[in-house]
Design a protein around this ligand. Structure first.
Ligand code: PLP
Length: 404
């Protein structure tokens, strides 16, 4: 029998956060090695508990949550998201404009499947959260990466975005706060992005899953709150702020001139119908999560674990000769740069693999985030202070003698 091959649709699809380096880490673990895993933004394994009240909601409602629900989600969950839109200044959002999904991931894929024809273009940040690029490729589109500038706190380069718009460009993805850089964009910059979208009739895809993980007293502005004349799809969920990534629960909000997008919205409805509905028990957590006590606020101030671990990891990384790192204003990641004159890295996947094999520390190489250079890597600062220090000391030891 001839070899069974994957579909052509997957040929350009790539998601390196769970790629070959992770496979090697699993192999080493099976051999009994202890691996320090700084690779995935999954708070729970590091002792970040989901708020007890949302766990109790799921337990309480479990017996009655055995059936399918409306394909767009439970009314109570969507009502809570609608009220969150009101708090965030996103205008004219009704229950029918909200889709609950099995995590933001499912909704990202759905939003691209519903929109793109072959060779349509989507503007995506570089570096990006790579699911966006993968979802565009899977839908037959072309991901066109716009630069985020490390010299300017990793802000999107507006001129670069403008230069990359063509008649095939359907939309622009903005991840704010950003994964992997931790950048938080100021309202003036968001206004400029909106202006471009307005001028070129682009749909805005705003991934705001880290909107409440902010440091140094920073505030978040939802892109969709800046204009009601631009079609926006805004994404958020329980995985990060509410530390419940395993619940697989997220939401997507359609706002702006919906009457111009009736056909696209019909497509989204059809895709939502085809997967019947999202996990029902987890949807019972959404109302309490959004409306209840925001325990995340205890973690992001001095003395809180996320704040203190960011300080520690950032200072330790910057103290390594030849390593520099922009301080993240949000999210849970650091994206350091290796000075090319000191550490010329030709293949950063090999760099990540060498670090894993020699020091048993697992990070993700920068090219995994569709960055066109090989001098960066991402680590999460979720592990507690002791493990974080040990990991970064190991990275420093590794770099002392590393040559490629
Ligand atoms: N968007 C961004 C920017 C992320 O970092 C992640 C997860 O790391 C997701 C979306 C996926 O989130 P979910 O767990 O809701 O699928």
């Amino acid at each position: 029998m001839p070899a069974i091959r994957k579909s052509n649709k997957l040929i350009n699809v790539c998601y390196d956060i769970r790629g070959p380096v992770l496979q090697e880490a699993k192999r080493l673990e099976d051999e009994g090695h202890r691996i320090l895993k700084l690779n995935i933004g999954n708070p729970a394994p590091w002792g970040f508990q989901a708020p007890e009240e949302i766990v109790q909601d799921v337990i309480y409602n479990l017996p009655g949550a055995q059936g399918y629900c409306d394909s767009k989600g439970l009314f109570s969950a969507r009502k809570a998201v609608m009220q969150e839109c009101q708090r965030k200044g996103i205008a004219h959002v009704g229950i029918e404009d909200i889709y609950i999904g099995n995590g933001v991931s499912e909704l990202i894929v759905m939003s691209m499947q519903g929109l793109l024809n072959d060779n349509d273009e989507m503007l995506i940040p570089a570096p990006d959260y790579p699911l966006w690029t993968a979802a565009v490729s899977l839908a037959g589109g072309n991901a066109v990466h716009y630069l985020c500038d490390e010299q300017s706190d990793w802000y999107p380069d507006i001129d670069d975005i403008r230069a990359k718009i063509t008649e095939r460009t359907r939309g622009i993805v903005v991840i704010n706060p950003n994964n992997p850089t931790g950048a938080l964009y100021p309202p003036e910059l968001l206004e400029q992005i909106m202006e471009l979208a307005r001028e070129h009739k682009l749909i805005v895809f705003a991934d705001e899953i880290y909107d409440k993980i902010l440091y140094d007293g920073s505030e978040h502005t939802s892109l969709a709150s800046l204009a009601d004349d631009v079609l926006c799809l805004t994404f958020n969920g329980l995985s990060k702020t509410y530390r419940a990534a395993g619940f697989r629960s997220g939401w997507m909000i359609v706002s702006g001139p919906k009457h111009q997008a009736r056909d696209y919205i019909e497509g989204l409805d059809m895709l939502a119908n085809m997967r019947l509905c999202a996990n029902v028990p987890a949807q019972h957590a959404i109302q309490t999560a959004l409306g209840g006590y925001q325990s995340i606020n205890e973690l992001i101030v001095p003395g809180g674990r996320l704040f203190d671990q960011r300080e520690l990891a950032w200072e330790m990384l910057n103290a390594i000769p030849g390593v520099s790192c922009v301080k993240p204003k949000g999210a849970m990641y650091l994206f350091p740069k290796l000075d090319p004159s000191r550490y010329p890295i030709r293949n950063d996947e090999k760099f990540a693999l060498d670090l894993l094999i020699q020091q048993k520390v697992l990070i993700v190489q920068g090219s995994g985030f569709n960055l066109p250079d090989t001098q960066h890597f991402r680590l999460v600062f979720l592990p507690g202070a002791d493990l974080l220090s040990e990991s970064i000391e190991r990275i420093a030891n590794f770099l002392q003698s590393y040559e490629q």
